[in-house]
Design a protein around this ligand. Structure first.
Ligand SMILES: [Zn+2]
Length: 267
């Protein structure tokens, strides 16, 4: 393949930037991706691969009714729950907008206002706390992408599909309604330079290693660990942190499980 997936995505994003009005663009300063092979670090939550469990909802947290088919998509029961499980099976309503979106007072890799700056209030406060603690360790983090509306995710996914086809796009991009970013509880994080932002080359950086070691202390988990695509449905994303609250994030971290597995075992 002449170009990596990331390169194709970057090219597409550049085209999108050119096509959209200011304020709706993606960041044009994201540098070219590193063509190096896959990620170089092990997630602390990594465990030996095992057969894919059937993701099941936690009582009261996701769909209430038993699924009638293994692959049937269900709407989550309570989109506002901090511990809501959203993935390829459990979706948010198209019209769901988190009730308490705010802009965390942290560094971003882009300057303009965009909905991607937003998170739910509790998650935003935790992100501020985490970034401040990282700076005390000499690690300067920046926000890349937080909240995404259903419509914005739909535009992104549609664009990725037109470039890569649905099979490949589904490995790195959520379909609208299925993105954790619509919960307002997720943030893609990079170093302050924006280098390797949301790209494979972020793996192994000091910032990625700091996040892997400390995110749970502030209520976040690395949501898509390495080697777990068969469970989470997505490639390794060392930059994507999901807020669960400190107690639950620590429990998931210490379990070494993906959130899908954790919910299944603790519902
Ligand atoms: Zn993300």
């Amino acid at each position: 393949m002449p170009f990596s997936t990331q390169q194709v995505r970057l090219t597409l994003l550049a085209l999108l930037s050119a096509a959209l009005v200011a304020g709706c663009t993606v960041d044009a300063r994201v540098p070219a991706p590193d063509p190096a092979d896959g990620p170089a670090v092990e997630s602390p939550a990594a465990v030996e691969p095992e057969p894919e469990p059937e993701p099941e909802p936690a009582t009261g947290k996701t769909g209430g009714a038993e699924p009638s088919g293994e692959d049937e998509v269900q709407l989550v029961a309570d989109p506002t729950a901090i511990d809501v499980l959203v993935n390829k099976r459990y979706a948010l309503p198209p019209d769901y907008v988190p009730p308490d979106l705010v802009e965390p007072n942290v560094r971003f890799i882009f300057d303009e206002w965009h909905e991607r700056r937003l998170m739910r209030a509790e998650a935003a406060a935790a992100l501020e706390e985490m970034f401040a603690a990282a700076e005390e360790d000499g690690i300067y983090l920046a926000g890349v992408s937080g909240y995404r509306s259903y419509e914005y995710q739909e535009m992104l996914y549609t664009s990725y599909v037109s470039t890569d086809g649905p099979e490949l796009a589904d490995r790195y991009s959520a379909r609208p309604g299925h993105s954790e970013h619509q919960t307002g509880l997720a943030m893609d994080v990079s170093g302050s330079t924006g280098e390797c932002a949301a790209e494979e080359c972020f793996a192994g950086t000091p910032e990625a290693e700091w996040l892997a070691a400390h995110a749970h202390e502030f209520g976040f988990i690395i949501r898509y660990p390495e080697g777990k695509e068969h469970i989470t449905g997505y490639m390794y994303e060392p930059w994507h942190v999901r807020y669960l609250g400190k107690d639950l994030a620590r429990a998931v971290y210490e379990s070494g499980l993906t959130y899908e597995e954790y919910v299944q075992r603790h519902r």
